[in-house]
Design a binder for this molecule. Structure first.
Ligand code: C2E
Ligand code: CA
Ligand code: CA
Ligand code: CA
Length: 278
């Protein structure tokens, strides 16, 4: 059951990848998927550990392929990046997530916040238009702080001025920034100081083997202490057991996300979840 989340969709693609022709077909299908409205978002609750409250969720894209069924982002986001179609897909993700956030803010929690994953390719010069994104938020009457942009350490190492410009434009608009998969990249702690970041997401590889007096426990504790001293909040990813949750609470971790609380859910089911974790 290890790596269940990552591999749950896609046993077919492993065979497909061995077949260049099928791969080209998948790419053609992917290029048409946006126009055919085949993408959907699932939402995973992010739980405030001290209270059990849910005021945040992460939007995670899925592709409903007409013949292959539901395909996970690990299988097609890299393809979309290579094919240069990630920008259009990412724009759709942002708009759809913002639309849903506005609904949940109206129906459930006025302070509800949605996290959106943004690929490095989207921050390039030919990438997303931050003006259009911000205009979209205004149309929805959504404040910037209702959105969290999840980026990776890799992006912060990018010296392209466009990356910095877009991040700064988001920050100026009040959009928050989370550093995803923390600890897995070529981490340099200096980036935490150089860029204004709000959340660190501890990668699930550190959470998986958490136990009292383990190396991963020491790492998590150190990350949490450091983050708090820098004024950042910490989200632990991949929380699957009560023991992991309790250890994280004891270490002072702010938020948890993982199968213990809930898998990513279709919007209607997430609404039900919001009701029960008021
Ligand atoms: P991520 O941002 O690190 O997202 C967390 C992944 O861990 C998700 O996989 C989630 O379903 C899975 N997960 C959640 N809880 C658990 C748990 O308790 N245990 C385990 N083992 N896994 C858990 P998913 O949805 O397959 O997404 C994979 C990756 O695809 C994401 O990793 C993210 O990097 C990327 N991705 C997803 N949606 C988007 C998107 O809209 N745009 C872009 N650019 N990338 C996306
Ligand atoms: Ca993420
Ligand atoms: Ca992550
Ligand atoms: Ca800050």
């Amino acid at each position: 059951a290890k790596d269940k989340g990552r591999n749950q969709f896609c046993y077919f693609t492993r065979a497909m990848q061995q077949n260049a022709q099928n791969r080209r077909q998948l790419l053609r299908d992917l290029a048409g998927a946006l126009g055919q409205r085949q993408f959907l978002l699932h939402y995973q609750p992010i739980v405030e550990l001290a209270t059990g409250r849910v005021r945040k969720g992460e939007a995670l894209i899925r592709w409903m392929h007409p013949s292959l069924g539901l395909i996970g982002p690990g299988e097609f986001i890299p393809l979309a990046e290579d094919a240069g179609i990630i920008v259009g897909i990412g724009d759709w993700v942002f708009r759809e997530a913002a639309r849903q956030a506005a609904l949940w803010r109206a129906s459930h929690h006025a302070d509800f916040q949605i996290s959106v994953n943004v690929s490095p390719a989207q921050f390039a010069a030919e990438g997303l238009s931050h003006d259009e994104w911000l205009a979209h938020l205004q149309q929805l009457d959504l404040p910037g702080h209702s959105i969290v942009v999840e980026i990776t350490e890799r992006l912060l190492m990018d010296t392209n001025p466009e990356v910095r410009n877009k991040l700064l434009a988001f920050r100026d608009a009040g959009i928050q920034v989370a550093l995803d998969d923390f600890g897995t990249g070529y981490s340099s702690l200096s980036y935490l100081k150089k860029f204004d970041i709000d959340y660190i997401k501890i990668d699930q590889s550190f959470v998986r083997n958490l136990g009292p007096d383990t190396d991963d426990m020491a790492l998590c504790e150190a990350i949490i202490v450091m983050a708090h001293k820098l004024g950042l909040k910490v989200i632990a990813e991949g929380v699957e057991t009560i023991d992991q949750r309790d250890l994280l609470i004891r270490a002072g971790c702010d938020y948890g996300q993982g199968y213990l609380f809930s898998a990513p859910l279709a919007a209607e089911k997430f609404s039900v979840f919001l009701e029960s974790f008021a």
